[in-house]
Design a protein around this ligand. Structure first.
Ligand SMILES: [Fe+2]
Length: 296
């Protein structure tokens, strides 16, 4: 099976105004992450950015919606002006649903800046974003979409983006014909996941894979099983990890400044390639997590 190429759509058309308007400059300048938690503020950013995009706004949002429902469950919107990038990611994310961050700590930002030297590292697991995963595995209901806007790419070409569809993983699980772990056994099987400490901690159970969604972060599953080892499940986690990390049917691409990658976090795993020197890298992304309205 071969995953189709990622659709791309450009904001930079002849009819599009190249210069950022005063209105978008003002909302960029006045952005306040705490206030952005409020629905009315999200709605204001949505309206402002949709006006800035102009006549193609509906076409673009519809293209994103179609992409989220069709393999490879992601899309790249190109040529966003990075000087007003925060306003754009805020407005486009808000057009798709509720921009969310369930931890209500001062330090928990709704629009997070991702830089390699801050990427989460966990002992022998290394940098978590370098292995395939979905976001929000330590939330009861993970975010539906993840949006990543590249403000600056790694100057040495590191940190390429990688995505792998759940369809491709299902195909690999079916092909493997493992004696103990059949696809039918794995599908809908409940695993224990670690709940974010700031959401109460402890653990909860949820499937890794159902017929229409996937949740995966090896580190999360193994950090629960290390506290309460149960041999067969550990073997199964390692088996799934081998299938995923060994699956060559994934897409790899470079994001350039002004690219906004929007991915369906319930259908697609993502990762990035190694960054040789994270302390020196100038790679800088903005990230939002979006819940569909009415999603539980
Ligand atoms: Fe991620």
């Amino acid at each position: 099976m071969r995953t189709p190429e990622i659709p791309t759509i450009s904001l930079n058309t002849q009819s599009h105004v190249q210069q950022a308007s005063n209105i978008i400059l003002k909302v960029e300048e006045r952005f306040n992450d705490r206030k952005f938690r409020q629905a009315k503020v999200q709605s204001h950013y949505c309206t402002t950015v949709m006006k800035e995009i102009g006549s193609r706004a509906i076409e673009i949002i519809n293209a994103v919606k179609v992409a989220m429902a069709t393999s490879p469950y992601c899309i790249v919107i190109r040529d966003i002006q990075t000087s007003v990038g925060r306003a754009y990611i805020a407005g486009i994310s808000a057009a798709l649903g509720e921009v969310t961050e369930p931890c209500n700590l001062e330090s928990s930002l709704v629009i997070r800046i991702l830089q390699p030297h801050h990427d989460r590292k966990e002992g022998t697991f290394g940098v978590l974003s370098e292995s395939f995963h979905t976001d929000g595995t330590d939330w009861q209901n993970p975010n539906d979409l993840t949006c990543l806007l590249c403000l600056q790419a790694d100057e040495f070409g590191g940190g390429e983006s990688k995505v792998m569809t759940m369809d491709s993983i299902i195909h690999s699980l079916k092909q493997s014909r493992h004696q103990e772990f059949s696809y039918d056994e794995i599908r809908n099987k409940e695993f224990l996941w670690k709940l974010d400490e700031n959401l109460g901690g402890g653990d909860f159970s949820a499937p890794f894979l159902t017929s229409d969604s996937i949740r995966w972060l090896k580190h999360n599953l193994l950090s629960v099983s290390m506290l309460n080892p149960h041999g067969e499940t550990d073997e199964l986690i390692q088996y799934i990890n081998t299938i995923i990390e060994g699956n060559t049917d994934h897409l790899k691409f470079s994001m350039r400044a002004g690219d906004l990658l929007i991915l369906n976090n319930k259908k697609l795993l993502h990762a990035r390639t190694l960054i040789e020197n994270p302390e020196q890298s100038c790679r800088k992304l903005l990230r939002t997590k979006v819940l569909y309205r009415g999603s539980t």
